[in-house]
Design a protein around this ligand. Structure first.
Ligand SMILES: *Cc1c(COP(=O)(O)O)cnc(C)c1O
Length: 420
């Protein structure tokens, strides 16, 4: 399909889909405005507190540090040295995950694929799906799901509001508690993320049951991102899609140690594909997605690092679990303080109860970016404008609970002075 002038061309053809991508707008624009503010107000620059980016701030759990050191020491001796490991991940880690994260949920170790991150996994999964699928995402959304579909050629161009032709946008708003119900139309793939980034919303068991029933009725594959499952406090809120009956036939789950164990800089995650989840081949035959991902993973990936997998497995030891619980308690204490401060200022607040993100309505009809500028200029607090996650995020902003307690307490005081 050489639609452009082929003869005489002097260059390699590119993937034109990349040209449809809107410029990486959100975080570069935040950085630009913060830098400009600092240059114009050098005397206030030191007061800046960043609650914008969703990155953890606290030290790794001691159990994982110790295990990582031990892993490194093993590599220092020829007798215990390890080269390439299994592409799917070491059995000790896959078994620890199956026994701990999926206890009682009928997920076996060989249905778990270890990787170096969920961001890559949620993007790479498109390799095993064909062209022409109808794909649904929520709005607001984690931008990776959208941009990877654009790159894969699953969309048309973006409109003036940044919505891509061909995607089905499921609107999340205050009326539905930022949890979209299944659409009336049939879609082939749907991305769900609970607890949600950016809104902090969680889906109830009944809401997830509705999604699984929809998926089974429509032969939809659910791509379930539960990167934030460790933050769920409420025992009635499902942490895994596999807590819902029937999900083993229609759902892939992505999890990460990034937020669970504070591993954003260490890099370790996993994808779960039960052997009973299928898709259709061109001839109509049902094919297990597990075998396709297994082939894909072992062809394009050579395994996560050994000391890192040791460190991840240590999060499931008794000490590791207790230390993770402390870490989560710290961040959720922050989330609770931020929630209270915004509620006290009379703002609409979602999230922050089972998730490290607090999602707040802007006061006085302000737009997300107007609120960003107000917080930056008046009280030197950096937040994330909700509109950066999709059109439905306009009028909202996200505050991250990933911070020190002292910083969060100071942010709460400043919200009080600005809006109280
Ligand atoms: C942080 C995050 C992840 C984890 O990504 P890693 O690549 O494993 O660090 C996945 N999904 C969402 C929505 C996230 O916010």
């Amino acid at each position: 399909m050489r639609s452009r002038a082929y003869f005489g061309r002097a260059m390699a053809l590119i993937n034109d889909n990349f040209l449809k991508l809107k410029a990486g707008y959100l975080f570069p624009e935040i950085a630009r405005r913060v830098t400009a503010f600092q240059q114009e107000n050098p005397e206030k620059a030191a007061r800046l507190i960043r609650c914008g980016i969703g990155d953890v701030t606290e030290a790794l759990p001691a159990a994982s540090i110790q295990a990582m050191h031990e892993g490194v020491d093993e590599l220092a001796n020829r007798a215990s040295f390890k080269g390439y490991g299994p592409e799917q991940g070491y059995a000790f880690l896959r078994e620890a995950i199956a026994e701990n994260a999926y206890a009682g949920l009928a997920i076996s170790a060989d249905e778990i694929f270890i990787s170096d991150g969920s961001k890559c996994d949620t993007g790479n999964i498109l390799d095993i799906f064909g062209k022409g699928n109808k794909i649904a995402i929520t709005d607001p959304v984690y931008p990776v799901y959208v941009d990877t579909n654009v790159m894969a050629g699953n969309t048309g161009d973006a409109d003036a509001f940044g919505a891509y032709e061909g995607l089905v946008y499921l609107k999340c708003d205050a009326a539905n508690g930022f949890v979209a119900p299944p659409p009336a139309e049939k879609v082939d793939l749907v991305y769900l993320c609970f607890p949600n980034n950016p809104t902090g919303a969680v889906a109830t068991r009944a809401q997830l049951e509705a999604w699984v029933a929809y998926a089974l009725a429509n032969d939809t594959v659910i791509l379930f991102d539960s990167a934030y499952e460790a933050f769920v406090q409420d025992a009635s809120v499902p942490r895994s899609i596999y807590e819902i009956e029937g999900a083993h036939r229609c759902a892939i789950e992505f999890r990460s140690f990034s937020k669970h164990g504070g591993f954003t800089g260490v890099r370790c995650a996993y994808t779960v594909i039960p052997k009973t989840v299928t898709g259709a081949a061109g001839n109509g035959e049902r094919v297990a997605l597990h075998q396709l991902w297994s082939r894909r993973h072992s062809t394009k990936f050579n395994g996560a690092s050994y000391p890192v997998q040791k460190a991840a497995a240590a999060l499931f030891s008794e000490e590791g679990k207790a230390q993770v619980a402390e870490l989560i308690k710290h961040y959720m204490g922050n989330a609770s303080l931020l929630r209270e401060a915004c509620l006290a200022a009379g703002l609409p607040v979602f999230g922050g109860v089972n998730a490290p993100y607090v999602w707040v309505g802007c006061p006085d009809g302000k737009s997300s970016w107007e609120m960003f500028d107000l917080m930056l200029h008046e009280v030197q607090v950096v937040i994330t404008p909700g509109s950066g996650f999709g059109a439905a995020g306009e009028g909202w902003f996200r505050i991250s609970a990933f911070n020190s307690r002292a910083n969060v307490e100071e942010v709460c005081r400043r919200i009080g002075t600005l809006l109280g």
